[in-house]
Design a protein around this ligand. Structure first.
Ligand SMILES: [Fe+2]
Length: 138
């Protein structure tokens, strides 16, 4: 079962942001697959390294876009990003320490997968709407 898949309900209309979101969902799915199938710690570490690195890259790029457009909600939005980065880091340590327990898999789903879906639908949609308005005005 595919747990998290990007679909058009998650589309912000910003090409770079949408492309990176798709990649993030793939990374979360790969991680969940590895956990569920018991693929071993080497694969788990690989998935987690990628998820951490790609999360940092995506937020960095998205924050650059926000700064470029002088997005008024940038400070708040950045705080959400920072909190998520530390959630991913924290879950990474716990997954490596204790292995993918049912409890931790549930946390991956709620604190990473579900978080991303709602962040996109609320915060990133708001951002994309602002960018579109700015582009239209210029
Ligand atoms: Fe964001």
């Amino acid at each position: 079962m595919v747990a998290y898949r990007w679909d058009s309900t998650l589309e912000t209309g910003h090409e770079v942001i949408d492309t990176q979101h798709k990649q993030l969902f793939d990374a979360i799915n790969d991680l969940l697959d590895t956990c569920r199938m018991g693929k071993g710690s080497e694969e788990l570490t690989k998935n987690l390294d990628f998820l951490n690195a790609y999360t940092i890259k995506h937020f960095f790029d998205e924050e650059k876009i926000q700064q470029k457009y002088k997005y008024p909600d940038y400070p708040n939005h950045k705080q959400y990003h920072d909190a998520f980065k530390s959630t991913v880091r924290d879950l990474t340590h716990r997954l490596i320490w204790s292995g993918p327990t049912e409890e931790l898999i549930k946390e991956v789903r709620s604190s990473i997968g579900d978080w991303l879906v709602s962040h996109i639908k609320i915060q990133d949609f708001k951002l994309a709407k602002y960018i579109k308005a700015q582009d239209a005005a210029s």
